[in-house]
Design a protein around this ligand. Structure first.
Ligand SMILES: O=C(O)CCC(=O)C(=O)O
Length: 427
C-alpha cells in the first residue's frame, strides 16, 4: 500500500526489488565504476544512486534520484553516440548497463501512487532492454540485466494474462507467393547443390575446406523453434514487451531506410501482420543474448565447430532475421562463415563467388565496401557492363533447411513470405 506522503511499502514492489537484488552476484564489482575514466561528478552521482537502491530505504522516497539517474543516462548516451560504435570504450558501455539497472530499481522505489503496476514494469523492462542493447555484460554480474528482464517479463505476463483477451494471431502462412516462385525459376543462375544431413567429415571435406556453398537438409528437425515459433502468441508471450531494433525501409542501402526501437509486439502489429507496405525487418539482431529463453529453442549446428584456425576460433555470433514477405538484404559479403537456418517461411538467396567481386561493383565508401552496387535481381547492364561475366548461384531456402555461405561469398536474400531465420557466423 502506498500513501500520499510518498511512503512506498507495497508488498509487491518490495518483492520486485528483493528479487532483482538476488541477481547481483557481486555488489563490490557493481559499485566499482572505474571512476578514473569517467567524468567524476557523473560517477559519484551514479554511486549515490546505486547506494540508494542497494540500501533500499523504503521509508524514504528520494525523488531527486529519479532526476539524477536520467542526467547520468543522458550523459552516457551522448558518450555512446560519439564517434564510431566500435570505438566506444567498454567502460562507457559497462556504466550504461549499471545505470540502466539502477534506473529500473529507482523507477520501482519511486513509484507514483497513481501509476499502474503494469505500466511501471513495462517502463522498467524497456530500461533494462536499453541497457542490454547499448551496454555490455558486467564483470562478475554478466547475467544481471538478462535475468532481471526475464523476471520482469514473467511478472508482466502474470499481471496481464487474460486468456479471453488473448488474440489468436494468424501465423506465417505456408503459402508460397507463386509469382515470386515463377521469378525464382526465371532467374538465370545455377541451382545450388543440396545435401541431406552430411556427416561432419563429409561436410568438412566437400564444402568447408574447399569453401563451397551448399544447402543442408534435415539438420534442424530437433529444434524446438521449428514448432514453437509457428505460434505467434508464444513469441508474444516470451518477447512481446521487449524492445528490439527494427530496420524500416526497403533495404539498408535505400535513402529512406532507418533503424527504430520498438517492442516486438509493436513490430508484429505494425509490420509483420499488417499489409501496410511499410516493410519492417528485425534483422541481424542478437535476440538470443537479449532474451535467453529463445536460445533454448535453437541449437548451434555442429558444423560450426570446424575451423581453419582453431587457436583463434570463438563461439558463433547468432543473429535473428524475423520479418514479413519482401524483406531484402542487398548483395553483400561477411567476414565469417555462415550457416543461415530457416525456421519457417521461404527465402530466395542468390550467391556469387569472391572471384566475381570485380563484376559486382562493390561500393567505394569504406563503410559499404562489402556491399555491391549491382542489384542481381534487376541488374542495370548499361551501368554495370562487366556484371554479365559473373556466375550466379541461386537457392530457394525452405523451412527446416540451412544454407552454408562461406566467408566472403556474396549473397542477396529476399523473403518470399513471413519468415524467421537464424544465422550462425563463425570462424
Ligand atoms: O536473411 C537475410 O535477410 C540476410 C541474411 C544474411 O545476410 C546473413 O546471414 O549474413
Amino acid at each position: 500500500m502506498s500513501n500520499e506522503s510518498g511512503l512506498f511499502e507495497t508488498f509487491e514492489s518490495n518483492q520486485f526489488i528483493g528479487m532483482m537484488m538476488k541477481f547481483i552476484n557481486d555488489r563490490n564489482k557493481l559499485m566499482d565504476l572505474q571512476c578514473s575514466k569517467l567524468n567524476k561528478t557523473i560517477t559519484e552521482k551514479l554511486k549515490e544512486c546505486l547506494s540508494y537502491c542497494l540500501e533500499r530505504n523504503t521509508q524514504h522516497r528520494d525523488l531527486n534520484k529519479s532526476i539524477e539517474i536520467e542526467t547520468i543516462l543522458d550523459f552516457l548516451h551522448d558518450e555512446l553516440n560519439t564517434g564510431h560504435w566500435s570505438n566506444v570504450p567498454l567502460y562507457v558501455r559497462h556504466n550504461f548497463s549499471t545505470a540502466s539497472f539502477a534506473k529500473c530499481l529507482i523507477l520501482i522505489l519511486n513509484k507514483k501512487p497513481e501509476e499502474s503496476l503494469e505500466l511501471l514494469l513495462k517502463k522498467c523492462l524497456k530500461c533494462l532492454d536499453m541497457g542490454l542493447l547499448l551496454g555490455a555484460p558486467l564483470e562478475n554480474n554478466e547475467d544481471l540485466l538478462t535475468s532481471s528482464a526475464k523476471y520482469l517479463n514473467q511478472e508482466i505476463g502474470r499481471i496481464t494474462d487474460n486468456p479471453e483477451k488473448r488474440k489468436s494471431h494468424e501465423q506465417g502462412k505456408r503459402k508460397l507467393d507463386h509469382d515470386f516462385k515463377g521469378k525464382f525459376d526465371e532467374l538465370k543462375g545455377i541451382i545450388l547443390d543440396s545435401v541431406e544431413l552430411p556427416s561432419l567429415e563429409h561436410f568438412n571435406k566437400t564444402y568447408f575446406l574447399p569453401q563451397q556453398p551448399v544447402k543442408l537438409k534435415g539438420c534442424m528437425e530437433h529444434w524446438p523453434a521449428s514448432k514453437k515459433w509457428l505460434d505467434i502468441n508464444y513469441l508474444l508471450k516470451i518477447a512481446g514487451d521487449r524492445t528490439v531494433p527494427i530496420e524500416v525501409g526497403s533495404h539498408y542501402v535505400d535513402e529512406n531506410w532507418s533503424q527504430k526501437l520498438m517492442t516486438l509486439r509493436e513490430f508484429i502489429t505494425r509490420h509483420y501482420l499488417s499489409d501496410s507496405g511499410n516493410v519492417g525487418y528485425l534483422a541481424q539482431h542478437n535476440l538470443f543474448e537479449q532474451i535467453s529463453e529463445l536460445k533454448e529453442d535453437i541449437h548451434i549446428p555442429e558444423y560450426c565447430c570446424l575451423s581453419t584456425d582453431y587457436e583463434n576460433s570463438t563461439d558463433p555470433d547468432i543473429n535473428a532475421w524475423f520479418g514479413p514477405g519482401n524483406t531484402v538484404s542487398p548483395l553483400h559479403h561477411d567476414p565469417k562463415n555462415n550457416i543461415l537456418a530457416q525456421v519457417y517461411g521461404s527465402k530466395q538467396v542468390v550467391l556469387f563467388s569472391p572471384k566475381d567481386t570485380p563484376y559486382l561493383y562493390p561500393h567505394e565508401d569504406k563503410l559499404l565496401n562489402n556491399t555491391a552496387q549491382v542489384n542481381p535481381i534487376d541488374p542495370d547492364l548499361e551501368k554495370f557492363q562487366e556484371y554479365s561475366k559473373a556466375s550466379m548461384y541461386k537457392c530457394l531456402l525452405e523451412p527446416g533447411e540451412m544454407l552454408f555461405i562461406p566467408v566472403k561469398w556474396w549473397h542477396h536474400v529476399t523473403s518470399l513470405e513471413k519468415s524467421f531465420s537464424v544465422s550462425f557466423w563463425w570462424q
